[in-house]
Design a protein around this ligand. Structure first.
Ligand SMILES: [Zn+2]
Length: 376
């Protein structure tokens, strides 16, 4: 992991590099920040920088023998521990080593993820993972070797808040007085949940939210958004890369719902029955959860357009097209029909919940819309 591959965090990167330049690398450091702050990626990039044979002023070289091994996370001097539990493959005594290849795959793919996502990826499902006694023993053993290739050996512990007391007690002395040239890098999102005795033995590094400019740049590079959409998404992300991506994905689904909603209104208003039937047919192909989300979205559109009709304060649109469309639609959502439209959508929701025939449900909805959307 190179520093430049990590989104934002320019000041913290500079500070970390400075500790290497000044040769004041603390032997146990705790990186604390949200999952979308880049805390895990920063800890790995830091270890890589310490080991790089050809350090640049602002990053690892990326090409030396050490960097190449770090890129694949197979450097023999970096070890990992993280919460695990049993799965259909690992039926008992689960340890981090049982999941190391999945860990590498996950981190290399995208080093921003939360606990839940990790459990889903390895098949732990709904159970809680933990770092237990067996992992603590493995850590003790690994840390007693001399470094193989680098000047240091590293133990990176992701989510130390999931370490149980037995494991923590086993590791206390090691973290307090590690063998020479040993570094502990702990990566956590919730400092309050870390066992106090471990906490007091580490140097705290707070990983702040990512700056807005870097989030905006990430969104621009990754997605095709208008400047206004990028701006709204950046603001909602509050410095969290994962949140930015999640909000974008929801936004994309809403774009699709908007297109479907616009068609419904257009065909209903034009009393175009053939097109309405085709529309209902297409809606019937969606999964029930998606159909429900679409209906909730439609309710929201009706509510907002009614507000607009009543000339109440402005609504903040995250989709540009919604604004233009609502300028026209709001004229037709009036006190005379708003309640009936709303109930029609509610009824459709209820029928979807009760496994009604989807094609009939959406055809009915289209016809009711056609009846209620009248010239004013
Ligand atoms: Zn290098």
């Amino acid at each position: 992991m190179l520093f430049k591959e990590i989104i934002g965090q320019h000041e913290l990167k500079r500070q970390l590099i400075q500790t290497v330049t000044d040769k004041r690398i603390s032997h146990a450091q705790l990186f604390v920040g949200s999952e979308g702050s880049g805390n895990l990626a920063l800890a790995i990039a830091y270890a890589q920088y310490i080991c790089c044979h050809n350090k640049q002023a602002d990053d690892s070289c990326g090409h030396c023998k050490s960097c190449i091994k770090f890129k694949k996370l197979v450097h023999p001097d970096i070890h990992f521990a993280f919460p695990v539990n049993t799965t259909s493959r690992v039926k008992k005594d689960a340890t981090s080593d049982n999941f190391i290849s999945q860990w590498r795959e996950m981190v290399i793919n995208f080093p921003y993820f939360g606990e839940r996502r990790w459990y889903e990826f390895v098949g732990i499902e709904n159970k809680q993972g933990n770092i237990g006694k067996l992992d603590a023993e493995a850590i003790q053993q690994k840390m007693n070797f001399k470094p193989f290739e680098a000047d240091y050996k590293f133990m990176l512990i992701w989510m130390p808040e999931r370490m149980n007391t037995t494991a923590a007690n086993k590791l206390l002395k090691l973290i307090e007085e590690p063998p020479p040239n040993t570094l502990f890098l702990l990566v956590s999102k919730n400092i309050e949940q870390i066992i106090k005795t471990i906490l007091s033995r580490t140097l705290l590094i707070r990983v702040p939210p990512v700056d807005e400019q870097s989030i905006r740049q990430m969104l621009t590079e990754k997605y095709d958004l208008s400047p206004n959409e990028t701006q709204v998404l950046t603001r909602l992300a509050t410095g969290d890369v994962l949140k930015a991506i999640k909000i974008h994905d929801r936004h994309e689904a809403e774009q699709d719902f908007f297109d479907k909603f616009q068609l419904l209104v257009r065909f209903a208003y034009g009393k175009n029955l053939a097109e309405l039937l085709d529309w209902a047919e297409e809606m019937a192909q969606l999964g029930r959860e998606q159909q429900k989300s679409f209906l909730y979205y439609s309710q929201q559109m009706i509510r907002e357009n009614f507000i607009l009709n009543r000339q109440l304060p402005n609504i903040a649109y995250s989709i540009d097209k919604e604004k233009d469309f609502s300028q026209k639609l709001s004229r037709f959502i009036t006190p005379d029909n708003v309640e009936n439209i709303y109930s029609a959508i509610n009824l459709a929701l209820l029928h979807i919940e009760h496994n009604g025939n989807q094609k009939i449900i959406f055809t009915d909805l289209g016809i009711i819309f056609a009846k209620l959307l009248k010239k004013v």
